[in-house]
Design a protein around this ligand. Structure first.
Ligand SMILES: Nc1ncnc2c1ncn2[C@@H]1O[C@H](COP(=O)(O)OP(=O)(O)OP(=O)(O)O)[C@@H](O)[C@H]1O
Length: 336
């Protein structure tokens, strides 16, 4: 791999009230220039906390440690304030709910101009025309009218486009997108995903895409990190992970996707739930929900290890599990 654009090294995020409790527990993530990489997992696995850490935007009750290296320059993640200059300039983020990220009492054009004033040397007229150019770039049909609108006057899809324009305004090298389409209906969701795909391609921007939706990840990303209970449990190319998921948790997620593909009328879910930071099981954190778990899984904490066909997974029973393809529909062995 070429030198990564982004490397998160041994990120740990703990609760200030009790540092023994960890929302993220020692993960490494790399993104190459121009690459679209996903963090995937159910709600509560630590995806958002990971993204916020690298932008120095963690909630006050949480503390990060570890290193982020961006374009060759290393930064200590413990010092969120020092990460601030990276925001907007090198890394931009778009959020789940665009309404909370926009100022409700200022027209969106002015908000975009403000970002340009802080981060560029453009003069007033230059900023004005750049705002219109950016709004046009993100597919807003009447940029002049939209620039003068307040956020509440725009639809959810339009607001997300405005936020994407804001993220693009300083030509960041990396776009972090945290569930950017969750709040939108399906048609608009597809339009926003198409827009993001085009931008990543045309602007040669890298993307860290955060989602619980393996289907979106499959369409959109090249590599994936599957997170469970604050850890990365599997990583590899999206293609390999979807076709031959190795970790039982990834298999369960892929299974849900396959069930939905077969026209299930309910959203398929993995039975059980992700443990909270104060209830992490000993041994493998997925063992209580894992159909393949044996006694050793409940006492030994598995570490990521290379897989024969590329990527890595953290499971004691890799190699003993049934073929992943049959694992999609097959039953677990009677090994409990
Ligand atoms: N401010 C906070 N204080 C204490 N614990 C937190 C805080 N924010 C998140 N957590 C905990 O950290 C863990 C990871 O949460 P996180 O929001 O990163 O998960 P996620 O995978 O992004 O889920 P979602 O898709 O719902 O955002 C969870 O156990 C959560 O309860």
């Amino acid at each position: 791999m070429t030198a990564p654009l982004l490397a998160l090294d041994d990120l740990v995020v703990s609760l200030r009230s009790n540092p023994a409790l960890r929302a993220v527990d020692g993960i490494d993530v790399e993104v190459a220039p121009g690459e679209a990489v996903a963090l995937v997992g159910e709600s509560g696995c630590g995806k958002s906390v990971t993204a916020y850490s690298l932008l120095g935007l963690l909630a006050p009750g949480l503390a990060a440690r570890g290193t982020v290296t961006l374009d060759g320059a290393a930064h200590d993640l413990a010092d969120g304030d020092r990460l601030r200059p990276l925001r907007g300039r090198d890394v931009a983020m778009i959020f789940q709910d665009p309404l909370t990220a926009l100022n409700p009492v200022m027209p969106v054009g002015r908000q975009l101009e403000d970002v340009l004033r802080v981060h560029t040397a453009l003069h007033r007229r230059g900023r004005r025309s750049r705002v219109l150019e950016l709004l046009e770039r993100v597919g807003i049909p009447a940029p002049d009218r939209v620039a003068g609108s307040y956020p509440f006057e725009l639809s959810g899809g339009m607001r997300q486009r405005v936020l994407i324009a804001m993220a693009l305004s300083c030509r960041p090298k990396l776009l972090v997108a945290d569930e950017p389409t969750t709040a939108l209906d399906t048609t608009v969701q597809a339009q926003i995903m198409d827009l993001l795909r085009d931008l990543v391609h045309d602007e040669d921007m890298a993307m860290l895409f955060i989602s619980h939706d393996l289907g979106l990840v499959a369409e959109f990303c090249e590599r994936v990190y599957v997170m469970y209970a604050g850890r990365v449990v599997e990583t590899g190319t999206v293609r390999r992970v979807l076709e031959r998921p190795d970790h039982p948790y990834t298999r369960a997620l892929v299974d849900c996707l396959a069930t939905m593909g077969q026209g299930a009328d309910r959203l398929a879910t993995v039975p059980g739930s992700v443990p909270g930071t104060d209830a992490m099981p000993a041994g493998c954190r997925f063992a209580p929900r894992c159909p393949y778990a044996v006694d050793a899984c409940r006492t030994t904490d598995p570490r990521l290890a290379p897989l024969p066909d590329g990527g890595q997974a953290a499971c004691l029973r890799i190699g003993e599990l049934p073929d992943a393809r049959s694992g999609l529909t097959g039953q677990a062995e009677g090994t409990r």
